[in-house]
Design a protein around this ligand. Structure first.
Ligand code: ADP
Length: 228
């Protein structure tokens, strides 16, 4: 479970990006975070994996209290979370296989386990025939598939995605959504910030709308309502 109570985030430059967010997300839910550019979506997402510390309030992810935890505990929190970004963020000198394997090597998984799991997740995202390719030899959609494989290889309880289809055409975006849907069906919580109106309306889930740092609506099975 993820719990935020009265979360405020003020950046050092004085901008208050989150102005008292209250939000509870149960294990296995799929939640979109929508809102205009600059509304605070990325900041909210960064607070969840403790890329940003909050200024005040309470934030808990599973058994971790993100306010009280020590910096040295952050790697353990991150093992529970898989994160994907709009710009994929693959390591350019590693192949698809190596990018995914690296995420398991850093937490010291056994080599035999790494090999079978990496092949399994790359197969799951439909890339089994391209495991030896470098990111530069893959399309945007294929790179995002590798990034998703990397994010789930250690079986996180939550998949966090910040505009995962932001650089992709509509057909490729739908393919990525089908993969994310399948991951969610296996009881992985999905939290996805997006601007993509047709995705939010076609793959219907809970919708949280952020405006100027406030949570202005929270709808079960919501539809995207554009607010300028
Ligand atoms: P969104 O993801 O909805 O576009 P952001 O969370 O990126 O919104 O930004 C929310 C507000 O916080 C904006 O006013 C933005 O300029 C500001 N902001 C974001 N990141 C930083 C930062 N690292 N330092 C200072 N201000 C920031």
């Amino acid at each position: 479970m993820i719990e935020l109570k009265n979360v405020v985030k003020e950046y050092p430059n004085g901008i208050t990006a989150l102005k008292g967010i209250d939000l509870t997300i149960e294990q296995g839910e799929f939640v979109y975070i929508v809102g205009a550019s600059g509304s605070g979506k990325s900041t909210l997402i960064k607070t969840l994996y403790r890329e940003e510390k909050i200024t005040s309030g309470i934030i808990k992810v599973n058994e971790y209290d993100l306010v009280r935890m020590k910096d040295r505990q952050v790697p353990y929190l991150r093992r529970e979370l898989g994160v994907v970004f709009q710009d994929y963020r693959l390591l350019p000198r590693l192949t698809a296989y190596e990018n995914v394997a690296y995420a398991m090597e850093v937490i010291e998984k056994r080599p035999e386990e790494i090999k079978s799991r990496v092949i399994e997740v790359l197969e799951m995202v439909g890339l089994k025939d391209k495991i030896r390719r470098y990111p530069s030899e893959l399309s945007g959609g294929e790179q995002q598939r590798v990034a998703i494989a990397r994010a789930i290889t250690n079986k996180p309880s939550v998949l966090i995605a910040d505009e995962p289809t932001g650089n992709l055409d509509p057909d490729t975006s739908n393919e990525i959504m089908e993969i994310i849907e399948r991951i969610n069906q296996q009881n992985t919580t999905v939290i996805m910030a997006t601007h993509n109106q047709s995705i939010v309306n076609n793959y219907v889930h809970r919708v949280i709308t952020i405006k100027h740092g406030h949570l202005v609506s929270d709808q079960e099975k919501g539809a995207y309502r554009y607010e300028a």
